[in-house]
Design a binder for this molecule. Structure first.
Ligand SMILES: Nc1nc2c(ncn2[C@@H]2O[C@H](COP(=O)(O)OP(=O)(O)O)[C@@H](O)[C@H]2O)c(=O)[nH]1
Ligand SMILES: [Mg+2]
Length: 367
């Protein structure tokens, strides 16, 4: 039985370093420890190698290799920067019962147990404001104009009691003139982050515009019809959001208006739950009242989330997530490097300027 077969069965991508990988038994179970190499390219280091280790618990029967559990080291997202370091670590893992016991999940990505909330909707609907409200932060840029502030997507984790949530704010894609392919590509990165699937999609709507229909169309095209079992329409800017009668009135009005006018839209609003919130700007005048509205809206959203069962996953979601895990981790690392890299260059330039000024002021005067 070859390491390559096991690596394939465990969906490990990249180049396998056979020489440094091996098979062994521990506590009557069969394991493979596999080191793989992924290449990184960026502006500063043209080509570099990154290493990850997988501990795979497998069984062999007449159907072939059955993967029972996989654990990625050093963790789900990082790499070893040197081959020697990876080899040393692999040896340690093999001899450490504590590390071996961590190999329990059928897919390595199951280690991430965060429940994901995906926000979609046209620019200006109130997605970023909702992201701030639900995660109780101000890290998402709320924008006055109709220019989208979110370039691709942004996430924030937060806890409610024992539950770990992640809110994923996306670019307003239905109205930004992006092609279907571009939207899918941008969403792919976000999808990869949501390893546990999507607990709930919030289609954020600030009133009802024709463009909103496109949001539903894209969601259906990308995820398929089943996504609507996990979709809630969130209507923002609804000042009477605490008055359930007013909310129900609006729901009925909306359905009545669209029943004849737009059958497809009617179908969507009929099959998704609609909840009403108001998340006005805070930090200025009336901010106390506005803060209260946000808090009450947050409560409403969290109560609703608690009542949602299960999560949405695309076919092969788990396999795909594992297969692209290393690749996506490299992209993330590259972005971080770009940021720190540029920052470094700026700092160096600043230092250079200072030196030139110093030279001009002090050295020149001597000449
Ligand atoms: N009054 C009120 N303003 C809102 C509400 N939601 C969003 N806004 C405002 O609408 C504008 C656009 O919101 P933003 O979250 O940036 O929209 P996005 O493009 O969907 O991310 C901002 O100025 C927000 O302050 C709401 O529920 N009530
Ligand atoms: Mg936004």
């Amino acid at each position: 039985m070859s390491l390559k077969e096991i690596a394939e069965a465990a969906n490990i991508a990249g180049k396998i370093k056979k020489k440094y990988s091996s098979l062994f038994s521990a506590e009557e179970k069969e394991y493979a420890i596999i080191i793989n190499k992924t290449l990184i390219k960026n502006h500063f280091v043209r080509l570099d190698s990154l290493y990850a280790i997988r501990l795979v618990n497998y069984e062999k029967d007449d159907k072939g290799i059955q993967v029972k559990a996989v654990k990625r080291f050093p963790n789900l997202t990082d790499f070893y920067l040197k081959k020697s370091e990876a080899i040393k670590e692999a040896k340690k893992i093999k001899e450490d019962p504590e590390s071996i016991r961590q190999c329990v999940y059928e897919y390595e990505t199951y280690e991430d147990t965060v429940e994901n909330i995906l926000l979609i909707g046209i620019t200006g609907a109130g997605k970023s404001t909702l992201a701030n409200t639900i995660s109780n932060t101000n890290r998402f840029q709320e924008s006055e104009g109709s220019v989208s502030q979110t370039k691709t997507f942004q996430t924030e984790n937060f806890n409610v009691g024992e539950i770990n949530y992640r809110v994923v704010d996306t670019v307003g894609f239905a109205d930004t003139g992006l092609s279907y392919k571009e939207i899918t590509y941008r969403l792919a990165e976000a999808i990869h982050i949501m390893k546990n699937g999507i607990k709930q999609v919030y289609v954020v709507i600030g009133g009802f515009a024709n463009e909103d229909i496109k949001t539903f169309e894209y969601a259906e095209a990308i995820f398929g019809k089943d996504i609507f079992k996990y979709t809630t329409i969130v209507r923002t800017r609804f000042e009477d959001f605490e008055n359930e009668d007013r909310c129900e009135e609006d729901r009925n009005k909306l359905k009545k208006e669209n029943e004849i006018k737009n059958a497809k839209f009617f179908h969507w609003i009929n099959s998704c739950k609609i909840i009403y919130i108001n998340t006005p700007p805070v930090g200025e005048k009336r901010s106390e009242e506005n803060m209260r509205d946000r808090e009450k809206s947050r409560e409403k959203l969290l109560n609703h989330l608690k009542s949602c069962k299960g999560s949405f996953k695309l076919n092969n979601w788990d396999k795909v997530c594992v297969k692209i895990n290393d690749h996506m981790n490299v992209i993330r690392l590259n972005k971080l490097n770009e940021k720190t890299g540029y920052k470094l260059i700026n700092e160096l330039m600043e230092l250079q300027n200072k030196l030139v000024r110093k030279f001009n002021n002090e050295c020149r005067s001597v000449i």
